[in-house]
Design a binder for this molecule. Sequence first.
Ligand SMILES: [Fe+2]
Length: 189
Amino acid sequence: MMTRREKAEQILRKYVKTDHFIRHSFAVEAVMRALARKLDPENEEEWGITGLLHDLDAELVDYMNFPELHGPKTIELLKSENFGNEKMYHAILAHNKATATKIGNSMDQAIFAADPITGFINAITLVYVDKKIESVKVKSIVKRMKETRFAAGADRLAMRSIEKLGINFQDFAELSLKAMQEISHILDL
Ligand SMILES: [Fe+2]
């Protein structure tokens, strides 16, 4: 019998083929698990799996022309796989502003902030001489937040919105960095 987590990874690998999105999915899972351990420990598995699957449709949706389909397409895929639940679907829709889905609960809010911070930490890692996530310091994440031209695509407001869950940005940066460092072999960083 496969675990729920194993089933989720099997679905991920069925629809997501590029290393870029596979790594991003694992990174968001790791940050979501770390946030859950702080905020909603009994649902860590659910938060993690939601992170893992949030971009399931990334390679199937024409995001430039139809950004509002990113999210709904994932729900369609998950339903066809008989996987997930309404809470998971809502968080996946809410992580994409273009779906105009309101952030309703802490899991929605968590993924909204966790998604951009993984790419941001990735970009910061790559400016280090050794390009190793092990070398990254929390203070450089905090400093780079103010440099709006650096990794301009990383949504500062979305990352900062973690504060609505009572976690200050520096603590969020530290928690996210540690979570990503723990899976550096998977992230190839
Ligand atoms: Fe994402």
